[in-house]
Each structure stands twice: as C-alpha cells, then as structure tokens.
Design a protein around this ligand. Structure first.
Ligand code: C2E
Ligand code: CA
Ligand code: CA
Length: 724
C-alpha cells in the first residue's frame, strides 16, 4: 500500500521536469499545463537539445517524444543509458505501435503516454513518476547512511579492545569479533557454533555454565562475571577476563504457527583484566606477607591464630605460640650491612620452614623476630621439641655470599590455655618468655609461666614513663670524683645518671638503662646527659673545680648513630668545653664488632682531642688485639677486680697484668670501686694513675663535690664524705 496523499495527481513540490518534443506548440501548451501545477518545466526542441540539457543539469523527470527528426527519442534513451544518466523518463508516442513502446521501456523508460494527451492522465502519470523518484532518492540516501553506519559499527566492533560476541540461547557463539584471535589466539570460525565454555579454563567451567544458564532467566541475574579464559599460548599463566552480557529477546520467525515464541540472543563483551587481577593479587599478597622472606606477616599470623583459637576452644585442645628472636642479628646487620642482613633473614626463614609441619604458620613478625603458630600440638612437650629442633637448625652456620655466619635464637613459648587464652595474651606472653631467654644468656627456649608477667609489666610501665620523662628534670646527672693517685687531688668526675621516678623514687642506672637500650630511648638520654654534664662541669671549671676532666658513659647504640661525631663536637662547641677535658667511656663490646666505621668515628674524636676510655675493662672479651686498632687513651679496671685486691689471690694478679699491659701500651689506668686504703695503696704501688670509689666520695651533685674538694682540690677526710 502506498502512503495516501490528498490526490494522486497532486504535484510534487519543486519537481523539475524536462519536456522534449519537436513540436514547439505542443511544448508550450504542456509547459502551461504543468506550470499550473507548480512543476518547474524546461523544454527541449528536439532530441539534440534534450541531450544537451540532460548533460548540463539534473531533472527529476523527462517527458520524451519518441518520434523526432534527426535525433529520436530512442537515440536520447540510448545516449542516457550509455552515459549513465538516470533521469526517470516517460515516453510519449503518437502511434499505437506496441513495438516502439516496448523497446523504449526496455531501454530504461519508466512509463509511457499516448498522444494526444489527456490532461488528467498526463498529470497522474507525472505525479506518480515524480513520487516514485522521490521515494527512490530517499531510499538511496537511507541506504548510503545505513552503509556508513554499518561500516562504522563493524569498525568499532573489530577495533574494540574487548572481545565482542553474540551467543544463541543455548550459549553457543554465533558471532565473534576479530579480537578473539589477538587475545585468545583462536580463529573465529572454529568457535562459531561452539559453546562459550569451550574457551573457559576448566576450574571456572561450572561457574560459567551457571552464569550463562541464568542469563536468560527473567529474574535479575548478575550481568557480569570474572572468568579465567583459555589462551593458546602454552598456558604460561592464567588470563582473567570480565565477561559482561546483555540478553536480548527477539521474535522467532521460525516459531510454530500460532505461537508467538521468543528467542534470546546474548550480546556480550569480554575484557582482559589479567593485569588488574595480578595487581590485586599482589596487593593482597603484600598486605598479608613480608616481602623479604615471603612469609606471612603479622596480620596474617594474627588471623590464623584467631582461627586456631576458635577451633582449639571448641574442641578443648591446646595450641602453642612461639616467639623466635635471633641472637646477635643486630651486630651482623650493622657490621656486614643490610643486604647481608636481609639475606640472612631469608635463609633463617627458609630453615625455620623446614622445622615445621603443613598446618603450622611461621611468620615474620618484624625485624629479626619470627612467630610460629602450632595449631595442633598435644602438649607442652610437643612444642618444646619443635623449639629444640629450631635451635639445632639455627645453630648450623649460614653461608651468605661466602661469609660463614653464626647466629642463635631465643625462643619464648606460650601454650593455650595455660599461657594465655586470648590472641594478644598469647603473643605477649610468648614475647615475655623470649625476653627471659635473652636475659638469661640467650640461645635457648622458655615456656611462659604466669609469674613472668609482673616483671614484664613493670618493664613496660617503666618504658612508658621513661618516654615521657626523658627530657625532664626527673633525670639528673650525678657525679663521682676521680682522684689522681699520686697527688690525691681531684682530677675528674664521672657523670652517672639517676632517675627520680615520681612514684618509684630514685632509680639507679641498672634499673632503667637496659630498658632504655631496648627501647632505644638511651640514645636520647645519653645525648641529653652529655650536654648537661658539659654545661655543669664547664660552669665549675670557673667555680672551684678548674681543669677537672669529665667522663661520660655512652651506650653503643649512640656511638653507632650516623651523626655521632658531629653530635659530640656540636655539644662541645655549644658549651665551650675543651675537648681534651672530655673522656667518653665505651664498652669492650662495641670494639669487638671490628667495624671500620666505629674506628673512624673514634679516631675523628680522638683527633679533635677527646679522650676515649674502655669501661669495665676485663669483664668482657678481654681480647687485647683491638686496643691497638682503636685510639684508646684510658682503661678503667672494673670494680670487681679492685674489690678482690685485699684477698691477694688471682684477681690481684689480673689487676697486675692489666696494669702492666696498659703501661706497655702507654694507656692511662683508672681503677674503679676503690673502697679501702689498702686497695688505694696497692693500686698506687702498681702505678695506677687515677682512682675512683666510695673511699673518696659517693655519687652526688656537682655543687657537693665542689664543696667537698674546695678550690684547693685536696682530698678531704674520707670520714667527712656525705652520701648521695
Ligand atoms: P660504671 O660506668 O661502671 O659506673 C660505676 C658504677 O659503680 C656506678 O654505679 C657507681 O655508683 C658504682 N661505684 C662507684 N664507686 C663504687 C665503689 O667504691 N664500690 C662499689 N661497689 N660501686 C661503686 P651506677 O651509678 O649505678 O652505674 C651503673 C652503670 O650504669 C655504670 O657503670 C654505667 O655503665 C651505667 N651508666 C651510668 N650512667 C650512665 C649514663 O649516663 N649513660 C649510660 N649509657 N650508662 C650509664
Ligand atoms: Ca663508667
Ligand atoms: Ca665501670
């Protein structure tokens, strides 16, 4: 059915019509008629002019007389055909000869009219033809547009970064874009007709089947899914895709008559998300693992422990938590460098893994601390056996980059439920038990007992208090005089720190220095002590104690600090303190590590005039080889040797040996802990230059010492000294 219009012979707006005839009168009358109906009309007198006009411009319609002299209508039609002029043509013929018309129609004419014209017939035919022409034109434009859009879509589909596919209702491919070849290395043809699960990795097939089965169900099913797809690249690693789908219901043309059956097609895309998945997996791994050893980290350990605890309490079973801390790791790390330290930690982790079973969790808790969870251990014995095994394994020397390294471990064990019934309690108590091992000489294990707790809590409280008090007046620098044995005058003072704790009263260094070292607060504390002592002693240089030397105890942790030398020199400069009047007391242990950077630091200070003393000499490693390497100026004989002088036994011999050796090395000797005149005389006879001890005075404040020793610097009557 044609679209209805008001009248079939109604003119079509602005149609251009060419009239070709050899009769000028006829042309004019036709023009008049068509003009009346608002057609634009041009006339050609004869075939030759018609051809010329057709070449010059385009017309919607040509009314062509067949019988014309010279160039006939047939000639015009032939010319149009040969020159691809597509103007719609209605031929007009005077004769009734059917042949003529048939030939014209065969040559491309659209319709024909007979002369003489019947105006209605003419107008209807013209109007028809023009309308048809217009429809054809519109159709052509549409077709061109469609072609363009089709090309565009095809381009988009084939250049999409995603795989684009169409599935039939059974889930079989009916279309795939070319991306499938690039991404999955399948040919499109081999997949068409195959089920989508053909390209899904075996592990995901079930999940995929379910998803696509649900896809066409009416309820709201998920519209995307993450699947591992098969890639024909030798199966190097898994490739993950996000498949999105868009089911579309279509009328089924082949449906049985009567039934309006619907058929589904599933349009879908598959996007490669392997990189994103790998990044996510890595982030996940990172969140729960220590990247150095690749062991579970603290978070994962806690997760596992929480799970194991639930199980153990439900089944009335026990479990064990171990805290494993490496002995001597710090020294190794500092002396051989962090790279070696890292390697060692990796090797230790590996060796620990060999000691445990499948269900156990070994984690790196931080630094050189490892924790171990034995979720299924029948008794304490079971746990201690594992601890024994670990200690044995760790004892075997490690070969790291050609360095043979010996380490040990201290292990604390907390058993559930006796050693704690919560996650935090178990970890804390295992830690406490481990500290017990450390305090007791390291390299061993301890099972947590409840009485260990109080000691540990005290430590913790003290550490917290200390953190708050470090730079306050709670810490006081006290001094003990050092006496020149020859002249018996004061020649120096040793600064000794005291803590006036708000609730515990005055605490001596032995009660808090170990805690300060563990928490590294000692670095701050020693720095402040050094500065304060310099300031105070400097003041008394001008107020009764001229040229008195100041000895300051330093923790190895401070000396190891990178800016240690600068810090000391800055303190001296700030307090205008003469470097040669400062003596830094360090312990033998620091020198044992044999580190060139420590040698350098001490040498720099020594070159600046600062004196270096070895404290508690004889109690440590008693190896003398390092004395030559380091710029040492003074040896301090430990008070334990001094105290035994009276007994005249081996100890005295040791003192003899130390003194004679020190004399050989031209070192100054300070004897500590001198409490009796007998000791003083003995030491003096040996040639010991400086003595220090309760015989000459308690540890007290500088004003007191100034008062006691006065401007003369003479030793007062021992009986007159007051207690600190
Ligand atoms: P030290 O350097 O060996 O200090 C000597 C210790 O022996 C002092 O104990 C002192 O009070 C005590 N003493 C002095 N004369 C006698 C005596 O005749 N007989 C006996 N039996 N003891 C005597 P103190 O003050 O408790 O210091 C203990 C340790 O704490 C010091 O041993 C030192 O290693 C450390 N220390 C003290 N102050 C500081 C400091 O500011 N920084 C650092 N890092 N360590 C410090
Ligand atoms: Ca000392
Ligand atoms: Ca000492």
């Amino acid at each position: 059915m044609r679209p209805t219009t008001p009248a079939d012979n109604a003119p079509v707006q602005e149609a251009r019509i060419l009239l070709a005839d050899d009769d000028p009168r006829l042309l004019e009358s036709l023009r008049g008629l068509l003009n009346l109906y608002h057609y634009q009309v041009e006339t050609a007198l004869g075939g030759a002019e018609a051809i010329r006009l057709l070449q010059e411009s385009t017309f919607d319609l040509l009314l062509l007389d067949l019988r014309m002299p010279e160039v006939s209508g047939h000639d015009v039609l032939r010319h149009m055909r040969d020159n691809a002029i597509a103007t719609m043509t209605i031929v007009v013929s005077g004769e009734t000869a059917l042949d003529d018309i048939t030939q014209a129609l065969r040559n491309g004419a659209y319709d024909y009219l007979k002369k003489p014209y019947v105006p209605e017939e003419l107008l209807a035919t013209v109007s028809n033809a023009v309308r048809k022409k217009r429809l054809e034109d519109a159709n052509q434009v549409m077709q061109a547009r469609l072609n363009r859009s089709e090309r565009l879509h095809r381009f988009i589909v084939n250049h999409s970064p995603d795989i684009i596919y169409v599935l039939d209702e059974q889930g079989r491919f009916s279309f795939l874009n070319s991306k499938v070849e690039a991404l999955l290395k399948y040919h499109r043809e081999e997949l068409v007709g195959r089920h989508i699960t053909t390209i899904v990795e075996d592990d995901d097939v079930e999940k995929a089947s379910y998803f696509f089965e649900q896809a066409t169900k009416p309820h709201r099913a998920p519209r995307s899914i993450e699947l591992a797809l098969k890639v024909r690249d030798g199966g190097r690693s898994k490739h993950y895709f996000e498949l999105s789908i868009w089911p579309v219901a279509e009328e089924d043309e082949n449906a049985s008559p009567g039934g309006t059956a619907q058929r589904y097609r599933i349009y879908g895309t598959a996007r490669d998300i392997t990189e994103r998945m790998e990044a996510e997996a890595f982030i996940n791994f990172q969140a729960y693992h220590d990247l150095l050893t690749r062991l579970p980290n603290r978070s994962l350990f806690k997760d596992r422990l929480a799970m194991a605890l639930t199980q153990a309490s439900r089944n009335d079973k026990s479990l064990a938590v171990m805290f494993i801390d490496l002995d001597r790791f710090k020294i190794i790390n500092d002396s051989l460098g962090h790279t070696m330290g890292d390697r060692l930690l990796q090797a230790v982790g590996q060796r620990l893994l060999e000691c445990i079973r499948k269900g156990d969790t070994l984690s790196r808790f931080g630094g050189d601390e490892f924790t171990l969870l034995l979720p299924d251990v029948p008794s304490e014995e079971g746990a201690t056996q594992v601890a024994d095994k670990i200690l044995e394994a760790i004892k075997e020397p490690f070969d790291i980059n050609g360095h043979v390294i010996h380490v040990g471990a201290s292990i604390g064990i907390a058993m559930y439920p006796e050693g704690g019934d919560t996650l935090d309690a178990l970890i804390k108590n295992a830690d406490i038990a481990m500290y017990r091992v450390k305090a007791g000489g390291k390299d061993g294990f301890q099972v947590f007992r409840s009485d260990m707790n109080t000691i540990a809590t005290q430590r913790l409280v003290l550490e917290q208090d200390m953190r708050r008090a470090v730079d306050t007046a709670q810490f006081q620098v006290c001094y003990q005089p050092q006496i020149d044995a020859e002249t018996e005058t004061i020649c120096g003072v040793e600064a000794l720190i005291r803590w006036d704790h708000p609730t515990l009263g005055r605490l001596g260094p032995d009660e808090f220095i170990p805690i300060a070292e563990d928490s590294r607060l000692i670095v701050e504390l020693d720095k402040l002590t050094l500065i304060r002592a310099c300031r105070e002693v400097r003041y008394y240089h001008n107020n009764g104690l001229p040229n008195v030397q100041l000895a300051v105890n330093l923790s190895p942790l401070l000396v190891e600090r990178q800016n240690f030398v600068e810090m000391v020199l800055a303190a001296l400069a700030a307090e205008d303190f003469p470097p040669h009047l400062l003596e830094l007391e360090i312990t033998e242990g620091l020198l044992m590590s044999d580190r060139s950077d420590i040698v350098d630091k001490l040498r720099q200070l020594s070159e600046a005039g600062v004196q270096i003393a070895i404290d508690d000499f004889g109690t440590g490693y008693s190896s003398l080889s390092y004395l030559q390497k380091f710029p040492i100026s003074t040896l301090k004989i430990d008070k334990s040797f001094t105290h035994n002088i009276k007994a005249r036994d081996n100890e005295a011999c040791i003192v003899d040996a130390i003194v004679s050796m020190a004399q050989g090395l031209k070192l100054k000797i300070v004897a500590e802990g001198v409490e009796s005149l007998a000791q003083l005389h003995y030491l003096k006879a040996l040639g010991c230059q400086v003595v220090q001890g309760y015989l000459f005075g308690q540890v007290t404040t500088l004003p007191r010492i100034a008062e006691q020793f006065g401007t003369t610097g003479r030793v007062p009557d021992p009986a007159a000294t007051t207690d600190a």
